[in-house]
Design a protein around this ligand. Structure first.
Ligand code: HPA
Length: 277
């Protein structure tokens, strides 16, 4: 685990690095999940950073995640878009998994949209559906806030009783309707991966109230809430979760489905950003 002092220094250093190079004051952050990276193309007046050049950012190792920070404007809002994220299953400590959120916090970001590819547990969901995250269940066996609390970043015991901004969810559902999509909301269960679940595990997740399953997002949301941000979450259902259909799961299929609905995803996300302004 990273020591409190080290984390504070990392925070200060990334803040200095980004502030020196970014003439914007971004208030909105977006984290793009597997196969959903092309959203960054609609950012105007872009400044692009490879993760490898940003102090303390780890390198992304997963296919479908390119590892770039794109800063610029969308619908006259100044935004920071993370194209590629760090997963716990890659072996990173939680402090590193969530460090990009701290970088956003350092830059003054107040509103965060997190996106991911997820398996559909709810029998009404089909591959290709977009689902707003209503709440989450953390089954990763780890919490990014474990360890000494840095009180300048947030409180020891942050409240998560409304982790996903209710008003934005309502606006999101209305936008989905307008765009001719099924307005869907669901509970996202986060597991550590990287193996996909067994059918028995999916039955368990269903029983405890999960509609979606994935291997990301929740650590970032916990840190964002700790840092005082408002959060909106969107899952792209890329597959039926294990045992929901007879099909076997593979990462290539997950990426292919995410890429197929990328256009709809980009459209939905840009409409959402407009109403979140
Ligand atoms: N399980 C876990 N993570 C996932 C899945 C899944 O079925 N699909 C996309 N990410």
């Amino acid at each position: 685990m990273i020591k409190e002092k080290t984390l504070t220094t990392m925070f200060t250093e990334v803040k200095k690095y980004l502030e020196d190079k970014i003439p914007y004051k971004p208030t909105m952050g977006v984290i793009l999940g597997s196969g959903l990276g092309s959203f960054a193309e609609i950012v105007e007046d872009k400044i692009i950073f490879d993760y490898q050049n940003i102090p303390h950012f780890p390198q992304s190792t997963v296919k479908g995640h390119s590892g770039r920070l794109v800063v610029g404007k969308i619908a006259s809002q100044e935004v920071m878009v993370l194209q590629g994220r760090f997963h716990y299953y890659e072996g990173y400590e939680m402090n590193y998994v969530t460090f990009p959120v701290r970088a956003m916090q350092a830059m003054g970001v107040k509103n965060l949209i997190v996106t991911n590819a997820a398996g559909g547990i709810n029998p009404e969901y089909q591959p290709g559906d977009l689902v707003l995250i209503k709440d989450h269940i953390n089954l990763m066996g780890a919490n990014p806030l474990r360890g000494a609390n840095i009180s300048s970043l947030g409180p020891r015991f942050p409240d998560l009783s409304e982790a996903y901004h209710k008003e934005w969810r309502q606006k999101g559902l209305a936008i989905m309707k307008e765009l001719g999509l099924n307005p869907r909301e669901g509970v996202y269960a986060a597991v550590s991966g990287p193996s996909y679940e067994t059918p028995a595990e999916i039955q368990f997740l269903k029983t405890i109230g999960a509609d979606l399953v994935g291997m990301s997002t929740v650590p970032e949301v916990i840190v964002a809430k700790h840092g005082g941000m408002n959060v909106l979450g969107i899952s792209c259902v890329t597959n039926y979760a294990a045992g929901i259909s007879k099909q076997k799961l593979n990462h290539a299929e997950v990426i292919a489905v995410a890429e197929k609905i990328e256009k709809t995803f980009v459209r939905t996300l840009s409409e959402l950003i407009k109403v979140m302004a």
